[in-house]
Design a protein around this ligand. Structure first.
Ligand SMILES: Cc1cc2nc3c(=O)[nH]c(=O)nc-3n(C[C@H](O)[C@H](O)[C@H](O)COP(=O)(O)OP(=O)(O)OC[C@H]3O[C@@H](n4cnc5c(N)ncnc54)[C@H](O)[C@@H]3O)c2cc1C
Length: 391
């Protein structure tokens, strides 16, 4: 290991940022390249539940746990499950001191991580085009302006459509057969009491066959809806996705027969609908070690959103940072990191895949018997995450 290795992280998501934070805490300089123009250039999305045995382990390692707790919403762990007649099937409430998976708005988590870094660590508006190994064991980054820059270690933390991944593997994300259409509600407690009633303080899901309607409460009375169904990626064929009323009509047709209170999720949202087809990497996804380059988070193991992706990205970031800090060479650090991260990702990807198949069965049946073939969607996502390894 050079006395001061040159380390580049591509992507300022949760995984890349926590990795940068821990490296800096241990005196290792790092540069994060992020394609977004700045910290506020885009809304960071909905709410994340941060699990005790994964994401929280990483935030503790980064010395940010108390700040995280102060920003989190333990009451957001409340969970309601309805059938399509809006009958409440299950209702889990968070115990008073239950900190097993408090919710936090993604934007708040990102700001917490960004603020913990030395000024200038993140180079915004900097889209990396590719990465590749060099004969001397280092790695080269190809920047958007055609400049190149060499590092001792390049970490691909650049999410689903990683530009670093091709240096390690030929895998491409493919459509998982399920689409989520996102919708938004503001100030629900005053403007949408029906929605507020359905969602309570946390998350609710109404489900029948291969369709569900999911609501998640974020901070400040904001609720995000995920209209989730199995179907072809071009389910919207013939529609202009910017034509909100046409999309609404198509969705209402898809959910015909559902209770009127649930259909309000499709009728009353503010703004338009965002089409979010679900993509996944093949399982297993692994690679032969390449000197000086590795991946973490979605770049390494994009899987169905089963409530674990951000948690694993955080844990990967912490594990990788500790591996770099604790080993004499980058090669040894990557051996140690990948030997833990890859099997853990495989276990979780298999479970997430299984969950998707169970919850969104391939047959389009609405029979009540098919509604809950399984002990429901486990609160907090995966029943059992792989053991945490960090430090
Ligand atoms: C609808 C939905 C709900 C989800 N809910 C949950 C949940 O409740 N709990 C949970 O744990 N997970 C959840 N997930 C999964 C979670 O969002 C991801 O697993 C997590 O964000 C992955 O983190 P990451 O750091 O690997 O990558 P990302 O968060 O994707 O961050 C990647 C970063 O890299 C940047 N970037 C990309 N390409 C480049 C480039 N070429 N150059 C420079 N920068 C680049 C991006 O702009 C981005 O900032 C959900 C996912 C979806 C789709």
């Amino acid at each position: 290991m050079p006395t001061t290795p040159r380390i580049a992280i591509v992507g300022a998501g949760p995984g890349g940022l926590v990795c940068a934070r821990i490296l800096q805490q241990h005196g290792l300089p790092v540069t994060v390249f992020e394609r977004e123009a700045g910290p506020d250039s885009r809304s960071q999305g909905g709410t994340l539940d941060i699990h005790q045995d994964t994401g929280q382990v990483a935030l503790r390692a980064a010395g940010l746990f108390d700040q995280f707790l102060a920003l989190s919403r333990p009451d957001g762990q409340e969970w309601r499950l309805y059938d399509r007649h809006a009958t409440l099937i299950r209702h889990d409430q968070a115990g008073e001191d239950d900190l097993s998976r408090p919710e936090i708005d993604r934007g708040r988590l990102r700001t917490l991580l960004l603020d913990s870094l030395a000024p200038g660590t993140v180079r915004w508006n900097h889209s990396v085009q590719a990465a590749g190994p060099l004969p001397d064991g280092n790695a080269r980054l190809h920047h958007h302006d055609r400049a190149v820059e060499d590092f001792d270690l390049v970490i691909g933390a650049d999410g689903a459509w990683s530009r670093v991944r091709p240096a390690l593997s030929d895998a491409h994300p493919s459509y998982a057969g399920v689409t989520m259409v996102e919708a938004h509600f503001d100030d629900v407690d005053h403007r949408h009491p029906g929605i507020a009633h359905l969602v309570g303080g946390g998350t609710m899901s109404a489900k029948a066959g291969c369709r569900s309607l999911v609501l998640q409460r974020n901070s400040n009375g904001h609720v995000r809806a995920y209209v989730t169904f199995r179907g072809p990626q071009d389910w919207h064929a013939g529609l202009d996705l910017d034509d909100t009323e046409a999309v609404r009509a198509r969705l209402l047709a898809l959910y015909r027969g559902w209770d009127e209170s649930l259909l309000d999720i499709l009728r009353d949202n503010e703004g338009g609908f965002l089409n979010r087809p679900m993509f996944v990497l093949p399982v297993p996804h692994r690679w032969q070690r390449v000197p000086g380059i590795t991946l973490l988070g979605d770049a390494a193991h994009l899987m169905p959103p089963a409530g674990i992706g951000a948690n694993l990205a955080l844990l990967d970031g912490a594990d990788l940072a500790h591996a770099v800090i604790g080993h004499p060479t980058i090669d040894q650090a990557l051996d140690a990191y990948e030997s833990v991260m890859l099997p853990r990702a495989l276990d979780n990807a298999r479970t997430a895949q299984q969950m998707l198949t169970t919850l969104m069965p391939d047959t389009d049946t609405d029979s009540e018997a098919a509604v809950f073939p399984d002990p429901l969607w486990p609160a907090g996502g995966l029943p059992q995450a792989a053991p945490a390894h960090t430090g």
